[in-house]
Design a binder for this molecule. Sequence first.
Ligand SMILES: [Zn+2]
Length: 328
Amino acid sequence: MTTLLRRRALRGRRGSLKEFPDMPLDILFEVFSHIEPMDLLNLARTSKPFGELLLHRSAASLWKQARQNVPGLPECPPFMSEPAFINLCFDSHCHKCLRPNIQPVMWAFRVRYCRHCKSGMIVMISQVRQILEAASPFRARYDVRELLISESEPWLRGRPLFKFHKADVETLVEAWKGSGAEVQEDIHSSQLALIKQMRDNADLCSKWQMDRKLSRSAEIDELKDARYSAIIAKLREFGWGEVIDDSPWSVWSRLRGVRGVRVPKQLTNRSWQAIETSVLQVMEALKSAKNAVGHITDLPSFPQPSNDMHTPGSVPTHIIRVLLPWNA
Ligand SMILES: [Zn+2]
């Protein structure tokens, strides 16, 4: 279902899907109950009727259901619509120029910007003060950071540099323009509460994104380890068991450098055929070294620095056992 609903697939299927928006909502809810949020967003972008149906407030429970299909995804915050929140969490396009693959999310500002757009959309604290002053007399008792959510980064001598989102400043200026003391006080109070909600949401989303990244990285390591184990099993089948048992670490150290070995994909007959010659060349070299001196000595006993080595779980379990015999 998930794959079927992808935008590309939909292009060829509009004929069969065009009646969907006219179906009773309860049937649609049933049909979409297992859908993932990004599929729902793509569906909403597919055609005008889908957009009208799915981007209407009455479809909120559909979005909620889709959101709950993603483990650990925080609740949609009250200051965003469900589709906007899903767009922020899953659609990696720059919010201004639509450049693809923009991974860092500025959670506090609820946007993704590419490097090019970022510089024009972020303003410094002194600029914000000037803009507010120009809109209406800005009383010194208001801290700009209580009126607008900010992000900070260390600057000169450890002093933080506060940055603000231009769109937030523009929204505030609209309310601030020509306002008197009483209105400014109301704005101040409501902004304090809103900033707290935004800050809490940004913390939750940032943690969710980090956890997701780590679990993906663990998943990739597991796939790589499983492929390596399958290669070792294959080599044992072909009679290389003695060389492997003589120095599993040396075998690991050499084989992981062979193109196609440390790949996060299941080993198939076809992929084995693609790497077989290179793998067997390595095994032959190790066997020659072993025959020359009785055991394998031509390889380092300790891991060589490489990015692969710094990833938790990147060394297969049976190799870890060799390195840490007390844990076997
Ligand atoms: Zn951009």
